[in-house]
Ligand binder design. Structure first.
Ligand code: URA
Length: 284
């Protein structure tokens, strides 16, 4: 078991190979290649409970991973923890396990009047204010979702009849000051306030803390990605509640995986390298 994971991590240096969360716990040969990536480890249990079958494994440092079957498709979930540095670690392990599709299932805050707590947001791109991705690639590099993963998420949300919105979000490296909140002791960051206001005026739908890192690292690695977030904070109304959005986001993401697997299979059978209009429809 360990050898397969070691082989998959061959691109890393000897020292880096020691820093795996999943080493010796999961088999790269059987690990599902469609993976959901929530921030909160407890969301991994919610996801596994929604699938046909799912088994959750507790990892060190509070991380959790689950593998299972949803609508006949092998699926996995692994918690990313909070913020981009934590996500980088999890992304690297999942990429080493051969994941070809990663979907962030997050929670988020919105500054928009037309969006309510409990709504879902399918993010097709993120503004890179995360702090981590600038250490990978120049700031002009886009943090963009894969077109087919975005379509599968929209399709799943529509089929399930949920209220959802599609557009660009903002990933920050800070929850309090960086998203324009008043920080501990009443401290207010002029930069954070300016970011919040400028992004709101530029039509951004939401603020969160992991999406840009996932999209940027996936694009560099050639891995497909997408994101669906449940709105739990309304920033201009001062409201904080999930309204069942988290459970809805988890199921939307799992159904999107089922659709993608069906679309991928059709594209493969037809000898097409990418999912196209002829492959889409009647997925999950
Ligand atoms: N996560 C965030 O980063 N911001 C919010 O407002 C809510 C969740």
């Amino acid at each position: 078991m360990t050898n397969l994971v070691e082989t998959a991590r061959a691109g890393l240096s000897e020292a880096e190979k020691g820093h795996s969360l999943i080493r010796g716990r999961l088999d790269a040969a059987t690990f599902p290649k469609y993976v959901l990536v929530p921030g909160d480890p407890d969301r991994v249990d919610v996801m596994a409970g929604q699938w046909d079958s799912g088994e959750v494994v507790q990892l060190e440092r509070g991380y959790k991973v689950a593998t299972g079957i949803h609508k006949g498709v092998p699926i996995a979930a692994m918690s990313s923890g909070m913020g981009s540095p934590s996500l980088e670690f999890v992304f690297t392990d999942l990429a080493a396990l051969g994941a070809h599709t990663m979907i962030r299932v997050g929670t988020t805050g919105t500054p928009r009047d037309e969006i309510d707590n409990g709504d879902l947001i399918v993010n097709d791109a993120f503004v890179r204010l995360d702090g981590l991705t600038n250490l990978y690639v120049r700031p002009e590099f886009p943090a963009a979702a894969s077109y087919d993963v975005t379509l599968a998420l929209v399709d799943a949300a529509q089929r399930l009849g949920h209220r959802f919105h599609v557009g660009t979000g903002v990933t920050t490296g800070s929850f309090y000051a960086g998203q324009g909140r008043t920080a501990f002791g009443g401290y207010v960051s002029a930069e954070g306030q300016a970011i919040f206001e400028e992004m709101r005026r530029a039509g951004m739908l939401n603020f969160e803390m992991e999406g840009a890192a996932l999209f940027t690292l996936c694009r560099i690695a050639g891995i497909r990605c997408g994101a669906v977030c449940a709105v739990i904070a309304h920033r201009t109304r001062g409201a904080w509640n999930a309204q069942g959005g988290v459970e809805r986001a988890c199921l939307v993401a799992a159904d999107a995986v089922a659709s993608l697997a069906a679309w991928d299979e059709r594209a493969r059978a037809a000898g097409r390298g990418h999912v196209g209009a002829a492959d889409v429809g009647g997925g999950a």
